[in-house]
Design a protein around this ligand. Sequence first.
Ligand SMILES: [Zn+2]
Length: 130
Amino acid sequence: MNDCIFCKIASKEIPVDLVYEDERIIAFLDMKPINPGHTLIVPREHVDHFFDMSLPVYQHVFDMAKKIAPKLKDAMGSARIGVLIEGLDVPHAHVHLIPINGGREIDHERARMATPEELKEITEKIKKSL
Ligand SMILES: [Zn+2]
C-alpha cells in the first residue's frame, strides 16, 4: 500500500535502523516504545490482518520472534518479553516484542517517544547479539 508506513520502512523509502532483516521480514525498534527495547517484527509483504498472512511468512515471523526475544531480554535485562498482536496502530501485520517486568506494563498508554540516540544505542546492542 502506498501510504503504509511499514511498507515504506520495508522498501527503505523511510530510513530506519533495523535490528534484523531478511527477504521476508524486517525488525526494528518502535519509536514510541511501551518500554525501552520495544521491537516490532514486520513482514515485508503488506497484509492487514495478522492471521491473513501466508503460512510460511507467519511461521517465519514466529521463528524470528523466538530468535530475537531471548537476545532482547538479555540486552534489556527485563524479566520477560511480552508479545502483543493487535494491529490497531498500523494496519500492516506485525508482532510487538516488549521487554517487561510485569504483565500490566503492556499498555499503550505508557508509551513515550524515544530519542534517536536511545533507539540507535539499543538497536546496536540487540543487533550485535543476533
Ligand atoms: Zn504495509
